[in-house]
Design a protein around this ligand. Structure first.
Ligand code: ZN
Length: 387
């Protein structure tokens, strides 16, 4: 017999939900089919289900169960979208179980496997016990995580959050308590074009941009910021465009900048600082003008390692004889936007991030089931605290 969580993971994999920006076949793109399935599934468990569709055709799902005036709110968040299926070497939507105990398919580990674990932990008797203990449980399905965390950003904008949240992602059953934030921006530098034989008469936009980079780097090096699990903030100039000819002093140079932030840093402050450096260069005649615009940004997140959520989740792992690492992650997730509306967040789930986005994506069946048992223990401990 196939256990409930495995059968459910197979079912979820069989419902295509490719991020619309990562595919073009209408039969497989979009999150709506999965949102429909989850609406039904959660409805049948007694959840009140709301849809928030700010992007037409792409519904976010917010389901809740339990008291209207709760003692505590607890949230599972799962993104609904997956990567595309280009170049996959296994059938993407067949949900094949192999003899080595693997479930194959697009989304098997990122993140329909972890989603199946969480849904399987939400059994009627456990939900009733949580409600009795004054805990309101939310299950959120968010669109567009793979291309800019759109859904989580929309929902956080509506104020949807909880006291404690588990953002489901494949972490090998380790507990991610922090990750960096992202500030992507464009720096447009203007000079004065003259003939290259007489550069002293013009202002070289490329050289001005280089001066800006040097000042940004030395300012970053001087920052006394070093996070115990995330290290230092970083700066990467990912793209540069400028100049028109070898013998002309360039009039314009554009930089695309990827600045990763540690907790406590804010994108707006980083952009303000970048502008102040550019203004100084203009004042000193190294640039004629400059403009700096945000491309995209996402907040960092951090939950204290001694917080109630991290402690309870660690204990739940130990109940199931696993010893989780509590660590910072190098990648980004929906925990960033949700940090605005959730008191404590852990990113957690079965499956390996190394298997996410791959041509033969799979999740270990055994790990998925351990994940389910850990999440049950977690909810049981939460219910037990109220009585
Ligand atoms: Zn994911």
């Amino acid at each position: 017999m196939i256990e409930h969580d495995i059968a459910l993971a197979q079912k979820l994999v069989a419902i295509p939900s490719v991020n619309p920006r990562l595919g073009d076949d209408p039969a497989i793109i979009g999150e709506h089919r999965l949102a429909d399935f989850l609406s039904n599934y959660l409805n049948n468990l007694g959840f009140a289900v709301d849809r928030h569709e700010m992007t037409p055709g792409r519904p976010n799902l917010v389901a809740s169960y339990g008291p209207q005036m709760p003692r505590k709110t607890f949230l599972f968040e799962a993104h609904l979208d997956t990567q595309g299926i280009h170049n996959m070497t296994v059938p993407p939507f067949a949900g094949i179980l192999s003899n080595e105990g693997r479930l194959y398919g697009r989304g098997a580990c990122d993140m329909k496997g972890p989603m199946a674990s969480a849904l399987s932990a939400l059994e009627p008797d456990r939900l009733a016990r949580l409600a009795e203990a004054g805990v309101r449980v939310l299950f959120i399905g968010a669109i567009g995580e793979e291309t800019g965390n759109i859904g989580a950003t929309q929902l956080a904008g509506l104020g949807i959050g909880a006291d404690e949240a588990i953002v489901l992602e494949p972490t090998d059953l380790n507990i991610v308590h922090a990750h960096k934030g992202v500030a992507w921006f464009e720096v447009e530098c203007f000079g004065v074009a003259v003939h290259g034989s007489n550069p002293g008469l013009g202002i070289n936009a490329i050289e001005g941009a280089a001066a800006w980079i040097a000042e940004m780097k030395s300012a970053l090096d001087a920052l006394p910021l070093e996070h115990p699990s995330l290290g230092k903030p970083t700066l990467n100039i990912g793209r540069i465009r400028g100049g028109s000819s070898i013998n002309i002093v360039p009039e314009r140079c554009v930089l695309e900048v990827d600045r990763r932030m540690v907790p406590g840093e804010k994108a707006e402050e980083i952009l303000d600082h970048a502008r102040a450096i550019a203004e100084r260069l203009v004042k000193h005649g190294l640039l004629r003008a400059a403009s700096i615009e945000s491309i995209e940004s996402g907040a960092p997140f951090e939950t204290g390692v001694d917080s109630s959520l991290i402690r309870r989740l660690t204990e739940a792992c130990r109940d199931e004889k696993t010893e989780p690492r509590v660590e910072g992650a190098s990648w980004y997730s929906d925990a960033g936007p949700l940090s605005k509306t959730c008191g404590q967040i852990a990113v957690f789930g079965p499956g390996s991030i190394r298997q996410a986005h791959t041509a033969d994506e799979y999740i270990s069946v055994q790990e998925l089931q351990t994940g389910t048992r850990i999440l049950r223990r977690l909810l049981d401990r939460l219910a037990g605290e109220g009585t």
